[in-house]
Design a protein around this ligand. Structure first.
Ligand code: ZN
Length: 89
């Protein structure tokens, strides 16, 4: 499954409080990250992990995660993804 990276998470957090021009956003983001304190980073990291776990749990509940390799899958007929099913044969 696609897991949001910590950078993706920070980018979202930055976007929430950014009000400048789109063209300046990347530079502004780099600046913003460079000025984060250690405590800020720890707090964001915790939030990021919590969010990721919640999303993962939701997908497991909905049967969207292969129980063998952890990959995201579309097929609901099996608890394993197609790749793992093929290996088992
Ligand atoms: Zn699998």
């Amino acid at each position: 499954m696609k897991i949001k990276t910590f950078e993706d998470f920070l980018s979202d957090e930055h976007a929430k409080q950014y009000s400048g021009l789109d063209d300046d956003m990347v530079d502004n983001f780099d600046n913003w990250v460079a000025n984060l304190g250690v405590d800020d980073v720890i707090e964001y990291a915790n939030e990021c992990i919590e969010q990721t776990i919640k999303e993962y749990q939701e997908k497991i509940k909905k049967g969207k995660i292969c129980l063998k390799c952890g990959a995201e899958k579309e097929d609901d007929n099996s608890v394993f993804c197609n790749k793992c099913l093929k290996k088992n044969k």
